[in-house]
Design a protein around this ligand. Structure first.
Ligand code: NAP
Length: 287
């Protein structure tokens, strides 16, 4: 493999580490002022190994920042009503400041109905329709963590968004859609692509900023990337493989996120940061 030009890498791991150090200081301030530790409740339904690994990782990061993790593990056969009942308990519990429902949830469960039970002030993973509406309108909200983390990474590397042309590939409610809205709110011109988009390579070839959120390994090809484009790979496929052909795309790109070590760490850091902010708001502490 040819040597990687490290100057082009957007180091999500390093930025996430700094954010988490900052969060630890905020948490200390909250604890000193109130005697209460911010608490993030994670609800996991079933025994999907990848979801189990993600929740363990989130728990570890919480503990590192002195945020109290509360894990609720529900069996595979949990019904929508049972899941809603569990979330409702957390919603009413004043000692819980943030609620995250690990997705994917098993198919028969109506995940949208479950998400909607999370009160806006505890929606630190940004999954409710209320949060998405606020994000679209550019109102204050705890945004979906992956697009919010990507925005922080773009800002860290001083990527000019005003007037830029961005292609977002993927339109999921937790990633592509809020991502497109956040870019539009920063005055980028955005094409939101999906599985029915015609001439996708042509669309991507015009983009100054490419955001891949597809869930298909190495889907975005090097030949689609305009010289000088900024390439953000949100994909996380089995075997630590992104949605972009990294080895090929690094040549034309001016900046690119690696997988792992790019977007992933930013998602978790944003989640913990939003939990601390939610706790501060609920406990009346100014950070
Ligand atoms: P998703 O809900 O499955 O959405 C995938 C999107 O990709 C859909 O909008 C789909 O279009 C589109 N798509 C699929 N095939 C396509 C094609 N051939 N051409 C163009 N678009 C196509 O996935 P997601 O939850 O948004 O996640 C996307 C990726 O990000 C996955 O790899 C996931 O693991 C990763 N992810 C990473 C993090 C992180 O922290 N790093 C967090 C969340 C997700 P349709 O709408 O038309 O079906």
């Amino acid at each position: 493999m040819p040597a990687i030009n490290k100057a082009k890498l957007m180091d999500g791991r390093a930025l996430a580490k700094r954010i988490l150090e900052d969060v630890a200081a905020k948490v200390q301030k909250i604890r000193t002022a109130t005697g209460v530790a911010p608490c993030l409740a994670t609800v996991l339904v079933g025994d999907d190994p990848a979801s189990l690994a993600y929740t363990r990782m989130k728990r570890k990061r919480c503990e590192e920042a002195s945020v109290r993790p509360l894990s609720i593990e529900l069996p595979q056969g949990t019904t929508t009503e049972q899941l809603i009942a569990e979330i409702s308990k957390l919603a009413a519990d004043a000692s819980v400041h943030g609620i995250l429902v690990q997705h994917p949830v098993p198919k028969p469960v109506d995940k949208r109905a479950a998400f909607e039970v999370i009160p806006l002030e505890k929606d630190v993973d940004g999954v409710t329709s209320g949060t998405l509406g606020r994000v679209i309108l550019g109102m204050p909200a705890f945004c979906s963590c992956t697009p919010r983390g990507i925005m922080r990474l773009l800002d860290e590397y001083q990527v000019e968004l005003d007037g830029a042309y961005a292609a977002v590939i993927g339109r999921s409610p937790i990633l592509g859609r809020p991502m497109a809205s956040m870019l539009i709110n920063r005055h980028a011109t955005v094409t939101l692509c999906h599985s029915r988009t015609r001439s996708l390579p042509t669309v991507v070839r015009g983009a100054d900023v490419v955001i891949a959120a597809v869930g298909r390994p190495r889907f975005v090809q090097a030949g689609w990337i305009k010289t000088g484009a900024v390439v953000i790979d949100a994909g996380y496929n089995p075997g630590n493989i992104g949605d972009v052909d990294f080895e090929g795309a690094i040549e034309p790109a001016s900046l690119i996120t690696p997988v792992p070590g790019g977007v992933g760490p930013m998602t978790i850091a944003t989640l913990i940061d939003q939990t601390a902010a939610a706790a501060a708001m609920q406990l009346g502490v100014e950070l």
